[in-house]
Design a protein around this ligand. Structure first.
Ligand code: FNR
Length: 350
């Protein structure tokens, strides 16, 4: 099953292993460099079905740190194109990019807020900082919210030009979109705050704007936090309801993570701890989902898929430890998986 291809629009993934987006905090001026070329290229050589490039800012204030990736100008997109071309020319992996805006969680280093002089004034749906010790973020005006929608659209256009197969919008982990979704971080009184329909409006407008620049050759994923583990906050029922709307707006897969919006929220972490959220969203909203979070073993991944709890398996820390997780699993199961032809001799033990 994990080596069974799956199609999103015209994009066929050869297997269900996904490299989960992971910030590497290694850019200058938001630009990918040789580190990223080798980092992502080696996961393609490792047989990964889909590689998703780390959270990439749609504007400078959309970064978490000064060293995060960006795609708010063409030069940044050209650097990324070099990685995309390598993956397409040297493997049969697909490659996506996660478009992101950090909102009130921007302007940090080592998880601590840095000064406006070293960083920037953060923006948010409401004047509520992530932590009481942090600066009060600038509340986006209604017009400024619409500008952010355009930032996502422009970023997606550049990503398509660079040749990415999948666009993933980062709606999780307490970043700007999640800040709009949650009634605990969004107390706006315009059309972007209040009711569930109003709080999801920002994301839905982004989805529609991004879809305008996509065709059948680029699919659209959204990462959400299934719950934020807080009373009266964003919860799994909200996520199921959102997933139903996303489906109507031509979103191809919901990538289900959790948490990140409420400082100090209590999270119980164990193997596959977020899989139940993926399962509930998949089964109650009838959408394709990705599961992520402490999935490290072939058998564990296989079981999640066999049980109908997810359609894709996102792997983060384990694929840092083992870039060859997909090709290695294929040796165990004797399934077909990409292996660079230059390495063929490795299959012969004598
Ligand atoms: C992450 N994670 C993450 N998530 C995301 O949506 N965008 C990102 O850019 C990042 N950045 C990031 C950096 C690093 C170094 C780590 C370890 C994690 C979260 C990641 O994608 C994943 O959801 C979690 O790590 C849980 O999966 P694992 O690590 O248990 O497989």
């Amino acid at each position: 099953m994990i080596y069974t291809p799956i199609k999103f629009r015209n994009i066929e993934l050869k297997n269900r292993w996904v490299m989960s987006p992971m910030c590497m905090y290694s850019c200058e001026n938001g630009m990918a460099n040789d580190f990223h070329f080798v980092h992502y290229g080696s996961r393609a050589q490792g047989g990964t079905g889909l590689i998703i490039v780390e959270a990439t800012g749609v504007e400078p204030r959309g970064r978490i740190t000064n060293h995060c990736m960006g795609i708010w100008n063409d030069e940044q997109a050209e650097k990324l194109q070099k990685i995309v071309n390598f993956v397409h020319e040297n493997s049969d992996s697909k490659i996506g990019i996660q478009l992101a805006h950090a909102g009130r969680k921007g302007s940090t280093w080592n998880n601590k807020q840095i000064s406006i002089e070293e960083g920037w004034e953060t923006v948010a749906p409401s004047s509520i900082p992530y932590h009481p010790s942090e600066r009060i973020p600038h509340t986006l005006s209604t017009d400024e919210v619409k500008e952010q929608v355009q930032n996502f659209k422009e970023a997606a256009k550049r990503a398509v030009q660079a040749g990415f197969d999948i666009i993933e919008i980062h709606g999780a982990h307490g970043y700007l979109i999640h800040q709009f979704l949650s009634p605990l971080s969004n107390i706006r009184t315009d059309e972007y705050g209040g009711s569930f329909e109003n709080r999801i409006r920002f994301l839905i407008e982004i989805v529609d704007a991004v879809n305008e620049v996509l065709d059948e050759n680029t699919a659209l994923f959204i990462r959400v936090s299934g719950t934020e583990y807080a009373e009266n906050g964003w919860d799994i029922e909200s996520s199921v309801a959102l997933a139903k709307v996303l489906k109507e707006h031509a979103v191809d897969l919901v990538d289900v993570s959790s948490g990140g919006n409420i400082h100090g929220a209590k999270i119980s972490v164990f193997d596959g701890y977020q899989v139940p959220f993926s399962s509930q969203i998949k089964n109650e909203a009838s959408v394709k989902t990705g599961a992520v979070g402490l999935i490290t073993e072939l058998d564990q991944a296989e079981k999640i898929l066999q049980n109908g709890e997810a359609d894709l398996i996102f792997v983060a820390r384990e694929i840092l430890r083992n870039p060859y997780i997909a090709v290695q699993g294929s040796f165990e199961t004797k399934e077909d998986c990409f292996f660079p032809h230059q390495y063929t001799r490795a299959k012969i033990s004598t």
